[in-house]
Ligand binder design. Sequence first.
Ligand code: SIN
Length: 543
Amino acid sequence: MQRETDFVVVGSGIAGLRAALEIAAGGACVVVLTKERAAESNTEYAQGGVAVALSEDDETSLHEDDTRGAGAGLCDERAVRVLVEDGRRYMRELIEWGAEFDREGGRLLFTQEAAHSRRRILHAGGDATGHEIVRALLARARADERIRFLAHAATEELIVEDGRCRGVRYLDPLVRASRSLRARAVVLASGGAGQLYLHTTNPQVATGDGMAMAYAAGAELADMEFVQFHPTALNVEGAPRFLLSEAMRGEGGVLRNAEGKRFMPRYHERAELAPRDIVSRAIVAELERTATRTAFIDMTALDARFLRRRFPKIYDTCLRHGLDITREPVPVSPAAHYIMGGVRTDLDGRTTLHGLYAAGEVACTGVHGANRLASNSLLEGLVFGARAGRAAAAAAHAADAPGSPPDDTNGDGAGQATMSDANAGEIALAVRKRVRRLMWERVGILRSRQSLTRALGELEQIERARSLRAPSRNFVTVALLVARAALWREESRGAHFRYDFPAPDDARWRVHSINSRTSGVSASEVIEFSAGSNLREMAKARR
Ligand code: SIN
């Protein structure tokens, strides 16, 4: 283990890798901590692609309008401008760094996805976009001797001293003991929280720990009620809810109900390409109406060779479950996919806690508002990962108190366990199972005061159990943050739908929800942050 660590990055998806590269480019050393192997992240599984206004008939202003349209009045306009404009530059750079996006005759291929007014989604390997991005960024990061990876090292908490984040405590996989790793600043890029739900497209690592740790350390979280449910996850008994990319509908796939009838035109003028929340709720309504458990995506009108080439991963995965997408409609239903809320940041990843930066799905930059436009998240990770890395490095170089060398000798959490690992493992599994069902049934696609109050009661009861260890406690904390914000927002907007308040209410609710340890849930105006904004001053003023 090296003796000097300038910066810690938690997470190795697109935002974490891009932040680490930016910090290293400034000459500092970075340790990237990952819960599993370095290549495992939500990014790795991203299929559809990266939305970026690079095609000849596109403009950043159109991308901006589409993003704001999907965000249902809650997008931070400055953040959106940064996303679409910086996004072009960072994507060109990524291509220069070796990421290979699909082309025809040397020209980049752009696909269509829901709520985009242009074909602007770049993809790689057909439907393996995330994998290609991780490959290219990891190769570059591994070639940089200032970046070190610490894999299978779950971060347990943030070290906060004198109101400043000074590093992390993590579980050392070799000795199974807690260790401290001190640094000048920490960039959280630990991803989302799809695992909170019984049905999710997210991998096992997406448990929201970064959000819980930031909250426990005193940082503010914003817009946690906005959870996006992807309309089309594979719905086969016993199989994981594998994502069937929105690009399938972009290429001409249609949705059918159990009676074999196409239904989306009845719900929205853009039919299958309506915003995701509308498609997800339409599917739920159709399932209720037909008293069945699954809808279907039908690709059979498309050329079979095209489908195999365009969606190789989806084709193979469905085939493994006995389904040939070129010949038959495939069963689908919605699943938790992305959380728009997260650790509140300004345009440079600064959170309300000094020394702590956040980027990617763990963060809430305000870019997505109440509903994320398809394929904007990889772009967000890239752009705001770079910005957070640069801001962290600049601020920490200016700070007069550098981090101390990492403590790599004391297994200072060792021996604190009060129960056997086997018992703890069983409890953790049981907690997770209960929370995931509760979240799916009561804090899911359709919510009400009654369902949310019952969920909160149960979650608070689970939270009080003394036997909860760090990972389970974090899991329950994030579930509570989502449920509290969802109960607080008495309207329907974007991905948040309440039976008891089915319409948006701009006069009262065109505000962000802010979750903080000191003040619970409160409102914050939809305002424009500027670089070096007064986010921390605003947080102080509310206390
Ligand atoms: C998809 O391929 O449908 C997912 C893309 C996204 O979530 O942005």
